[in-house]
Write a protein that binds this ligand. Sequence first.
Ligand SMILES: NC(=O)c1ccc[n+]([C@@H]2O[C@H](COP(=O)([O-])OP(=O)(O)OC[C@H]3O[C@@H](n4cnc5c(N)ncnc54)[C@H](OP(=O)(O)O)[C@@H]3O)[C@@H](O)[C@H]2O)c1
Length: 274
Amino acid sequence: MTGAGGMVGREVVEVLQPHEVIALDHAALDVGDRDAVLGAIGVAHPDAIVHCAAMTAVDACESEPDKAFLVNALGVRFVMEAARRTGAYMVTLSTDYVFDGSQSEPYHEWDTPNPASVYGQSKLAGEFEIDLECAVVRTSWVIGRYGANMAKTVLRLAAGDSPMRFVDDQRGCPTVAADLATVLRTFVVERLPGTWHVTNQGAVSWFEFAGEVLRAAGHDPARVEPISTADLDPPRPAPRPANSVLDNRALRLAGRPLLPDFRESLPALVRAVR
Ligand SMILES: NC(=O)c1ccc[n+]([C@@H]2O[C@H](COP(=O)([O-])OP(=O)(O)OC[C@H]3O[C@@H](n4cnc5c(N)ncnc54)[C@H](OP(=O)(O)O)[C@@H]3O)[C@@H](O)[C@H]2O)c1
């Protein structure tokens, strides 16, 4: 797998045990280097590849679009090419940012993407590189034990006495990396093809999310104040979708289990990171 040192990648490495896992982090494999990708995957000769490597710094993508497209679009092309050569199945991760967020209903897999940010554009370009027998899993608002994420930010702020203000006009489904990893394992085992939305259930604003994290940690949820995106000072370089809610329609219609409400997974996550 690629991106094995990231928030999702580290969980995937753990959940794929006891399978033999060749975990390539950024230092071991730069997915923007075609020769390196073909070499490493050619040697590893895996049955399946979980492609977690990506340039995920959304605002940095705005100022470094070439790097974003190299990693998030060409990187997928190179890994797909290596997978094709070795006969490996591949699942790649994508994002709610492929949608502009202007629709009032949750986005399903057959809605038309229209990314508003360089990050979203580069991730959508990566989706186009995936062969029909392989899979794209779009997820959203990932939180987890490893790396920086909003759950950890809320807990850090809660430990101090600085004001806690979160936007109330962006909605999405927080997704616990460990929960997502269990579904990625199913994709690998069953070699599921196609595009799928995989998130925890439970749509909230960031303001409501912060309140849920505080509640799960035994703090007073009233400590958090709602603000609007327009109040952010300084404004963020990359536009965020106002509606990031992904309807997991393909899973639902296929009769597959959906991930639980994120609130069910939050207490264990809070215990793990405190
Ligand atoms: N986090 C979210 O809220 C979210 C939401 C929707 C979709 N996703 C998608 O989920 C996937 C996993 O993201 P994540 O949340 O686990 O983010 P992450 O923690 O930033 O993990 C991404 C990993 O990719 C590595 N990487 C960056 N450039 C690379 C390159 N050129 N070659 C090889 N590795 C490289 C990073 O290493 P360095 O840190 O050393 O650069 C990092 O370890 C990504 O495809 C992301 O787009 C994430």
